[in-house]
Design a protein around this ligand. Sequence first.
Ligand code: CAA
Length: 261
Amino acid sequence: MNFQNLLLEQPETGVYLLTVNRPRALNALNAATLAELTQAIAAVVADSAARVLLLTGAGEKAFVAGADIGEMQSLTAAQAQAFSEAGMRVMHALEALPVPAIALVQGYALGGGCELAMACDWIIAADSAVFGQPEVNLGIPPGFGGTQRLARLVGRARALELVTTARQVRADEALAIGLVTQVVPAAALRDRGLELARTIAAKAPVAVRLAKQAVHRGLDVDLGNACAQETAAFALAFASADQREGMRAFLEKRSAKFSGQ
Ligand code: CAA
């Protein structure tokens, strides 16, 4: 697919690498980029051979420095509502992506950039990463889900502190508060992402998809219903060829060859 503001590549079988590619604007998210992100995510959803999506930003300086301030400055309230809804659609689509989505964050992940990273299933940070929700400096609150996903990831008090002060958080603090799962040298970020993607791609594809769905759906409901959903996912896996192959391979003391069926 040809995009103006994105690169969508498949560096390895089943592994998609999606790069927000507006480095001169530090990869800021304008309406056109949001529309392209929606299309790119839909293309990954449509590929039943997809196993993992890695999401990053072009250049060393920024993952994504936020929603495009130049484009936002003259929005009316009604236009701002539509812009927020377009951003929310992208974030929801990432979360609902059937396969794991992993953000590889180097440099600034601010505002909409922090929100984009948090909409992925987890974040690997380069040691150069800087996270923050600086919207209150601009006279607005976050608008692409930052108040909600940050609170769910780091807790209400920390989220409120960060959102109301616009304080930026470096990679080591992001690791300590649970915003990211690991920190790697900037030069190793892409390789670490690919290594992780390879590990996931080698697992039973149906099981990986069911596990992701169970975690996300379960977090939206009470524990009893969440566990009932897990039971349904567990049972469904027993209708797959991969379950038979995975268990047979274990008992025969060999590596499983998963078909994704
Ligand atoms: N929107 C539009 N353009 C942006 C941008 C943004 N969010 N962030 C950076 N840029 C542009 C700059 O305007 C500049 O363009 P020019 O070269 O044409 O002047 C270019 O990217 C480089 O940026 P700087 O010169 O500012 O680089 P710096 O190293 O001095 O600073 C920075 C880097 C600290 C990230 C700074 O650019 C910055 O503070 N950016 C804005 C961060 C921000 O406030 N993000 C939140 C946006 S609001 C939002 O996201 C709302 C939401 O929740 C949906």
